[in-house]
Design a protein around this ligand. Sequence first.
Ligand SMILES: NC(=O)c1ccc[n+]([C@@H]2O[C@H](COP(=O)([O-])OP(=O)(O)OC[C@H]3O[C@@H](n4cnc5c(N)ncnc54)[C@H](OP(=O)(O)O)[C@@H]3O)[C@@H](O)[C@H]2O)c1
Length: 387
Amino acid sequence: MGADTNGRPAGSSTGVGSNVFLTGATGFLGAEIMKRVLLAHPGSRLTLLVRSSAQEAAGKRVDTLLEKTFGPDEVRRHRARIDVVEGDISRPGLGLDAKQTDAVRSSIDHVVHCAATVRFDLPLDVARRDNTEGTRNVLALAEGALSLRRLDYVGTSYVAGGREGLVMEDELDVGQLFSNSYERTKMEAETLVRAFAKGHPTSIHRPSIVVGDSKTGATTSFEGMYQTVSMFKAAYSRGIRVALPADPRTKIDIVPIDYVVDALFALIHSPKAIGRSHHLTSGPGYTCELDELVRIASRLVQVKQPPYMSLDTYYKYFRPVLRGVIWGTKRKLMLKGEHYMPYGSSKFEFDKTNTYEGLEGSGITTPHPREYFEKLLTYQKSADRRI
Ligand SMILES: NC(=O)c1ccc[n+]([C@@H]2O[C@H](COP(=O)([O-])OP(=O)(O)OC[C@H]3O[C@@H](n4cnc5c(N)ncnc54)[C@H](OP(=O)(O)O)[C@@H]3O)[C@@H](O)[C@H]2O)c1
């Protein structure tokens, strides 16, 4: 039996491939996946599907990303192991012509599909183009790959939508309601991946709310939780006292980026992970109640701890008033913020049986937010002097 460039026997479906087709490398999580392949898997090449931006062509975007990640002296060394394919997951065939498609299909042996729109406020048909149809298009490319060993899909634990109680990793569509187009379209995408998994070695990875590094607090993305903190600080600085439309007892599942990437790569190496979904979350026993996080955040960014109101109260009494008096950018911000509100009153936890089984023997443990939450905000403060 032959072996690939990583020394794995031909036909093995565990481990990082010798040519990994990665989507989403210009994003928060995808960039970390790219970095891990480049630094920890010297026998692997990368084929990155990247769209051009208004400012930069796809190839230039990757150069800029490498420079930001590794520094200017390291760009050429890493770039030599990367092929960039300009494309868009929402377009049929990813927007590649027949020649490009053939070239990709004959060179790759591992697909990591991480690209998605993570906006919560998009109309359903728009979110569907990237998340549902985008995943369908990536799977179609993978289906035609000549020597595909495995596919890894980055989903989200929030496919759980408005469920209550303990959410199992093997469950997906149980008739739950969704808070936004993101949750729904990621559920549709995972359904497609599960069908693909019947014929090909596949693992599904579902992070919860990904935050900065557990040891340093560092992050390249200040979305979600970070935005809430800066919005509160901004309001407080202007003398506006805001109540949080949330339940202080909600168990908030945040998960540091280093844990997500460590766990994802360990699962890629685990035979137990094939054909399974995994909660890359904090999970039971490793979450804090919202009130504890709010107390820490209030102290660190020096605001008085805000009071709470229920979501019902917000929608019944506050929203109609706010809608009458807030216009322009502030109104847009308010409407955007509303898409995040259900997460402050969620009533579920993510079971991690499959994840723990897949990680057995890896030495990877789940960090507790009590150990790292302050580091996240300290890092945010160093990056944004307004908070
Ligand atoms: N961050 C979290 O807290 C979190 C939590 C759970 C799950 N996830 C999942 O993790 C994955 C990555 O999320 P992220 O936080 O890294 O998001 P992100 O920073 O917004 O990155 C999204 C990536 O997807 C690419 N992309 C989006 N639409 C595309 C299209 N039509 N064609 C090609 N590329 C496209 C983006 O490319 P451009 O740079 O060109 O826009 C970018 O590289 C997603 O699948 C998300 O559902 C994230």
